[in-house]
Design a protein around this ligand. Structure first.
Ligand SMILES: NC(=O)c1ccc[n+]([C@@H]2O[C@H](COP(=O)([O-])OP(=O)(O)OC[C@H]3O[C@@H](n4cnc5c(N)ncnc54)[C@H](O)[C@@H]3O)[C@@H](O)[C@H]2O)c1
Ligand SMILES: O=C(O)[C@H](O)COP(=O)(O)O
Length: 527
């Protein structure tokens, strides 16, 4: 039974999939303090949050069972991704479900700001009938600067076009072709801030976007510019915004998000030119259902070890690629584990070479899996698909992925070589149609072996009687040989035996084998 903690208010309808799942227990506890979460998190396999819960390194450190953190929404700046990745916890978000709601909210803020609706409302509710103080401006023909033309920025831009606005956009990933298709003018941040009448931000909050709009940018702006931020507090520096409003440079600002939330002591809230909402961009019935459904499905997939797509600490794998790589996951992991068990010394470099039909697909996920297999042997259970590349990097292990047209007669082939500070080892495997996974080469010797169970790899000199003597020693020690493979390059030269045995041989038995004259090395492998 998987235990899932929901620590922020999530749509009940959206959570239905989890509530109905027979292998899941859902505990909903909101408003917990960090220390309370640290106390209870060890019981849970997954944590579901919105933006209120700050998933700190201390919580992640205490989360001994946690496999996944799900964010019912887009921004994951409340989750310490680095700590989660190091611990091998997958972080999932729901990037699509609240796009329209947030774009509509941003546009509502643009219009409310242009026509001073909140101020007029407030005045009337206070018993006034003041028609002079709230003269607005039209959007028609005005320039809207969109900072970040991703999902939400694009939807805002489309709505602005419908209002006959001219849209300039700054986004490092905006291509000429896409800009043309959307009818927007690409611009640098400097060009954007100096041309726009309205500036709206739609980037995530990152090291690069923190204070992207600050004193320098305000100085370049037109007098009377209006600023909208429904993305994240901190993309616009609040202190600089405050000064630009007080100086008269900025005619108004509409803010849904703040550097500190809730923003109780924030001086911006005292300025009548500022209109605010309490982080409501995604707060619609539809968006909340969408994000909760999306994240619940994904969390179930992670826990049930089924493919998932929206991990923010993993490269996303498109569904058509998942179908193609999935059959190779088990083989990749076994190859990684096999090579780590036969190589002696400190790991320096692991190279994975794909050939045959594997040259045509994105194999990055398979390389991760090989790495997981190799590192698990040395580092134990804490290694998984998420933290394997991170752990390799931390230990200075170089990971190389390459494709080769030399398929050596196989429709698909994965060759793994491992360099240590003492030697280099190689192993290759394939998926045989109808027969499953096979190891087909070890250290350059051709073999044909199912990668599972207990194996003994013996390097020996190809002499008459060598195989018999190994069989006799194992038999005398009650170790049954289920299958055996012998490989050699030249008659009478170096050769290998790989024995598949029913139960592990004791170290004494392996020592006796190693003492035989013909034998140069004996290695036990567990797959
Ligand atoms: N107010 C809310 O309730 C609410 C709701 C949803 C999302 N958001 C915020 O909106 C942000 C955007 O959401 P989205 O779904 O459009 O994300 P997205 O990933 O689709 O778009 C973000 C865009 O920002 C661009 N970008 C990244 N760094 C940039 C930089 N330095 N300069 C300019 N552009 C840059 C990216 O290229 C991308 O196109 C989220 O990260 C989240 O923080 C807020
Ligand atoms: O990044 C997001 O998806 C929004 O900021 C929504 O946050 P919320 O889930 O707290 O409304």
């Amino acid at each position: 039974m998987f235990k899932i903690l929901v620590s922020d208010p999530l749509s009940e309808v959206g959570l239905q999939k989890l509530l109905e799942a027979t292998d899941v227990e859902v505990v909903q506890k909101t408003g917990l303090k960090e220390e309370e979460l640290v106390q209870i998190i060890p019981e849970f396999d997954a944590l579901l949050v919105r933006s209120q819960t700050k998933v700190t390194p201390a919580i992640i450190e205490a989360a001994s069972r946690l496999k996944a953190i799900g964010r019912a929404g887009v921004g994951v700046d409340n989750i310490n991704i680095q700590a989660a990745t190091s611990k091998g916890i997958v972080v999932i978000n729901a990037p699509d479900g609240n796009t329209i709601s947030t774009a509509e909210h941003s546009f509502a803020m643009i219009m409310a700001l242009a026509r001073r609706i909140p101020n007029a409302y407030h005045s009337m509710m206070n018993g006034q009938w003041d028609r002079k103080s709230f003269v607005g401006v039209e959007l028609n023909q005005k320039v809207l600067g969109v900072v970040g033309l991703g999902r939400i920025g694009t939807e805002v831009a489309k709505r602005a076009k419908a209002f006959n606005m001219k849209v300039v956009a700054y986004d490092p990933f905006l291509t000429e072709e896409r800009a043309k298709k959307l009818g927007v003018t690409p611009a640098s941040i400097k060009e954007l801030v100096s041309q726009a009448d309205f500036i709206t931000t739609h980037t995530p909050l990152t090291k690069e976007t923190k204070y992207l709009i600050s004193t320098k940018e305000f100085a370049l702006m037109k007098d009377g510019v209006r600023i909208i931020n429904c993305a994240r507090g901190g993309i616009i520096e609040e202190k600089a915004l405050y000064e630009a409003i007080v100086s008269g440079k900025v005619a108004g600002a509409a803010l849904d998000v703040f550097e500190v939330e809730p923003p109780m002591e924030n001086p911006l809230l005292k300025l009548p030119k500022v209109i605010v909402t309490p982080h409501l961009g995604a707060s619609t019935v539809e968006a909340q259902e969408n994000v909760a459904i999306d994240v619940s499905e994904e969390i179930l997939h992670v826990l049930r070890e089924q493919p998932f797509k929206n991990a923010v600490n993993l490269p996303s794998i498109p569904e058509n690629i998942i179908e193609k790589v999935e059959p190779y996951f088990a083989l990749s992991e076994k190859l990684g584990s096999f090579i780590a068990q036969i190589a002696v010394g400190g790991l320096e470099e692991i190279t994975v070479t794909y050939s045959g039909e594997l040259t045509e697909i994105d194999t990055a996920s398979l390389t991760r899996t090989v790495l997981k297999g190799a590192l698990s042997y040395h580092l134990g259970e804490g290694v998984n698909y998420i933290n394997a590349p991170h752990l390799a990097k931390n230990r200075g292990i170089n990971v190389v992925e390459q494709k080769s047209t030399a398929n050596k007669g196989f429709t698909n082939l994965i060759a793994v070589s491992l360099k240590t500070n003492q030697e280099e080892k190689t192993v290759a495997g394939t998926m045989l149609n109808g027969y499953g996974a096979r190891i087909v080469k070890v250290d350059g010797y051709p073999v044909d072996l199912q990668p599972e169970g207990h194996l003994i790899l013996v390097h020996h000199n190809d002499r008459p009687g060598a195989i018999g003597r190994v069989g006799t020693i194992l038999g005398n020690n009650n170790v049954n040989i289920a299958a055996m493979q012998v490989g050699r390059r030249d008659m009478g030269g170096n050769a290998i035996m790989i024995l598949s045995i029913d139960r592990p041989a004791t170290p004494d038995v392996l020592d006796v084998l190693g003492e035989l004259n013909e034998i140069t090395s004996v290695t036990e492998i567990d797959l």
